[in-house]
Design a protein around this ligand. Structure first.
Ligand SMILES: [Zn+2]
Length: 217
């Protein structure tokens, strides 16, 4: 079960104070999909881990609404020009919050890896929103971003490369592009740094290439 509580946040862009729901506890006994999407019982916590300012559309995790948030003039301008005009008056879907947060992270020039994570979470939200088209859109975007992180110098820690390489394969598989999926799955064995702890990644890549499953375990 997921327990939520209302918190008050202050937007670092427009200074608006607004209330948002926050996750206080959750547990995941719903299982884990083969793209690492964990399922909780009942309400899914994911949409409540990101908050969106109701006035300007600035989005991020709770810490992005604290003094720690880095607000450059460039970021401010992007938010007002690109997020504020798109604000809807109805309830904002989890995927929309993650999409906005991914844009904010890009404008803040944060790690590509971090942007990729937000896009992956947008795709996960789409699964719960039963929006297949948007899900594929975000999976594709996440796959490109993770690939960009893997390509960049120091973008991904050495010991994480195998699992992220597998994930890119799995994202392409879920988009329906088996050619790209196979290519990425085949790269996994070459990315292993420790056979004893990472053999499962090699096995998962082989399984998803040859006889795919939707859930782990
Ligand atoms: Zn704001």
């Amino acid at each position: 079960m997921t327990t939520l509580q209302l918190i008050e946040l202050r937007c670092p862009i427009c200074d608006t104070r607004f209330k948002s729901q926050q996750v206080i506890s959750t547990n995941s006994f719903g299982g884990k999909r083969t793209d690492f999407h964990e399922r909780a019982a009942g309400t899914q916590p994911l949409p409540y881990l990101i908050h969106m300012c109701s006035r300007c559309g600035y989005s991020g995790a709770e810490r992005d609404f604290t003094e720690e948030a880095e607000v450059s003039p460039g970021l401010r301008e992007h938010v007002w020009n690109e997020l504020a005009p798109q604000l809807s008056t109805t309830t904002v879907a989890g995927s929309e919050k993650y999409e906005a947060a991914a844009k904010v992270a890009e404008w803040q020039a944060l790690d590509v890896r971090h942007v990729a994570d937000l896009l992956l979470r947008a795709a996960w939200c789409c699964v719960d929103e039963a929006d297949t088209e948007a899900e594929r859109f975000f999976r594709r975007k996440a796959a490109w971003k993770f690939a960009e992180a893997l390509d960049s110098f120091d973008g991904v820690a050495r010991e994480e490369r195998a699992v992220l390489t597998y994930l890119v394969g799995e994202l392409w598989r879920r988009v329906g592009d088996m050619r790209q999926a196979t290519e990425w799955f085949n790269r996994v064995p070459g990315e292993i740094t420790d056979q004893s702890t990472q053999q499962w990644v090699v096995d998962a890549a082989r399984q998803q290439r040859d006889c795919p499953r939707e859930w782990f375990g």
